[in-house]
Design a protein around this ligand. Structure first.
Ligand code: MLT
Length: 403
């Protein structure tokens, strides 16, 4: 008789955004005429930029011609894309990342969830709290988080690093030393970030403690402050202690296209074992490459016109972020984020719990957001709105909330 992975039975409910989707469906079934505005999941609304679409069309045509057809992609991804990444995302910022340290994937979510496969069960995991739920959920599925304590909304064996208004969203170095530290900066969900000297403290800490940082930089394109690093490798020593995960979803609108990459520097070693070689082994075995057409689309993101067009989209979303920030601040809400990130994080009014505020907004204002507690225990009493809606809907939503 077969058995199942019993760790799944410990995981509460369903994935945060599936829970929310179910609640929206139930509400719209009962209220079919409601004009529901969705500022919940961070899904983009602007179409893919023309330069990228043109590159995809061209690649589609190539696939229909025997002379230019492409089968399986190379294991790490096509060199044309890895070169563009190495040049534009790293070398231009003074960071030296070899193209063989870049692994192209079908998105940051898969890489964030899969990376934990490289690590032993005994590792102590630390996450900033609140944070993107995939890090904890994927470790919990592997049985690395202990037991879920429902009354405290936390896992027994995870080291939570609270980031709240009280510490200005800057996590303190932990008392209990973790082995693996997940940092998502700019942060999902709080929309806040760390300056370079603050991130350097984490890199120094990881080196001192022989810990590894998994750095999710999916939102780096939204950084506007000069003293905020776009990559952890801008910090001294990070190439020996940090893996970086990047996405094309939020900077180029690829949420439905799927493309991302992970940088595993060759110098990261656990004893004599190279994490780069392990990840390469895993990649070769379990992944057959992002599609050629999509990797050409990724390459076009780095072209001159591609860059100009995606910057316009980012500016569009950041205008939404200001509408949300300013509208809610004027109405007396405590509002954070939204300057270097497309997420706005607010304190729920009248001491409502995150889910109470979710229900209030959905039922009374027909607006969907994301309850802060879904991102970790320190998210309780907070709420996330995304700037990825259309401008018209964003304006309408804020008028409804403050009206
Ligand atoms: C979010 O809303 O947190 C993100 O869109 C989820 C994701 O990127 O998978």
């Amino acid at each position: 008789m077969y058995t199942v992975n019993s760790s799944y039975s410990k995981i509460p409910g369903s994935y945060l955004f599936s829970d929310i989707a179910k609640k929206i469906s139930a509400f719209t079934e009962e209220n079919p005429d409601a004009d529901v505005i969705r500022l919940g999941i961070g899904d983009v609304t602007q179409p893919i930029a023309p330069t990228i679409i043109a590159a995809m069309h061209k690649a589609v045509d190539e696939m229909g011609d025997a002379a230019t057809f492409h089968g399986y992609a190379p294991d790490l991804g096509y060199e044309f894309l890895r070169k563009a990444i190495s040049e534009s995302d790293y070398r231009k910022r003074g960071v030296d990342i070899d193209i063989d340290e870049i692994f192209i994937s079908d998105g940051a979510k898969s890489d964030s969830g899969n990376i934990q496969e490289l690590f032993g069960m005994e590792n102590i995991i630390a996450v900033t709290d609140p944070v993107y739920p995939v890090y904890v959920d994927s470790n919990a599925m592997s049985g690395r988080c202990g037991n879920y304590i429902k009354s405290e909304q936390r896992w027994s064996d995870i080291v939570y690093l609270p980031t709240t208004a009280e510490n200005n969203f800057v996590p303190e170095l932990p008392q209990k030393t973790p082995d693996i530290i997940y940092l998502c900066l700019p942060n999902n969900p709080t929309g806040t970030t760390l300056k370079k000297d603050q991130l350097q403290e984490w890199v120094d800490y990881a080196i001192r403690k022989n810990a590894l940082i998994i750095y999710d930089a999916a939102y780096e394109a939204y950084i506007s402050d000069d003293d905020v690093p776009h990559s952890i490798y801008e910090c001294t020593g990070a190439k020996s202690c940090a893996i970086e995960i990047r996405s094309f979803s939020k900077n180029a609108g690829f949420t439905g296209v799927r493309l991302g990459f992970t940088v595993v520097p060759k110098e990261i070693k656990c004893g004599k074992t190279s994490l780069h070689d392990m990840w390469a082994r895993r990649h070769d075995t379990k992944f057959n490459g992002a599609p050629y057409i999509i990797q050409r689309a990724g390459e076009a993101v780095y072209s001159e016109s591609g860059q100009r067009e995606i910057k316009e989209q980012i500016a569009y979303y950041m205008k939404n972020a200001s509408v949300i920030r300013e509208g809610l601040t004027k109405a007396g809400y405590d509002v954070y984020g939204g300057i270097n990130a497309p997420y706005i994080w607010l304190k729920t009014p009248d001491r409502m719990t995150s889910w109470e505020f979710f229900d209030y907004l959905l039922k009374e204002k027909n607006i969907v957001g994301t309850p802060g507690s879904g991102f970790g225990p320190s998210g309780e009493g907070y709420f996330r709105l995304t700037a990825f809606g259309t401008f018209e809907n964003t304006k309408k939503a804020i008028e409804r909330i403050v009206g």
